[in-house]
Design a binder for this molecule. Sequence first.
Ligand SMILES: [Zn+2]
Length: 289
Amino acid sequence: MAWFRRSKQKILSTERRTVSEDLWRKCPSCSEYVYNRELENAQYVCPTCSHHFSINCRKYLELLLDSNGATTELNSNLKSVDPLGFVALKKYSDQIIAAQEKTGLGEAVITVTGTVDGYPIVLCVMDFAFIGGSMGSAVGEKISRAIEYAREHHFPLAIISASGGARMQEGALSLMQMAKLSAKLAVFAQERGLFVSILTDPTTGGVTASFAMLGDVILAEPGALIGFAGARVIKQTIGQDLPEGFQRAEFLLEKGFVDHIVHRKEMRSTLKHLISFFGYERSADSHQQ
Ligand SMILES: [Zn+2]
């Protein structure tokens, strides 16, 4: 009665079942599947557990800026070159082109001037999808010119960080951006400019070690990874286990490195309140209340 016995113990399926990424996303925190449109309506925050998904820089701009206000991109023509002719696994020059094609951006940061509830502002938003949001000389220069623009126009400045740190493919030229931006922000602070630093997941390396931690007010999204070196490197160096929640926004708040953790849906109103609290005025042509 051979047909009652299974000749193969395993049933093989040639097609792998996958859930279409276009329709659903799996939450990495609670493993629930969320309908993409629902996620979009909730500013890409999981409705079950409030996990904040990474969003690209244009979405962040939409989230913060007035849709009816004039938004002007600053220095969009500034792009990285390959000063060292760097080659590791790939040529750096090819990596730049691939990142530009993938993201539709010229660089890992977009700098704009626009309004938040009628208040003029200069915003710099980093994009992790562009070579890990790394800070090369073009990123540094764009942020530097944005700080300068805010200083000249007496506008508040906000930088939304999402970065793995300095762009090692540019060597020392990349590291120099840290000192350059810190110096620019010092001048901005001397002239009483308001700088709000907003840390999103992840904010690490040379970005944390320079402008991200120099905000007059430092805000962070819930659960964001914020640190300088990676946890494994620190653990190996000090030879000790690290406390739970180490390098997460909540841990940094407790230790005094972050002023406030803000849910993404409240980021815009928090920013507006800060700008108003620090004495900035709405633009004359604003009709907001
Ligand atoms: Zn979730």
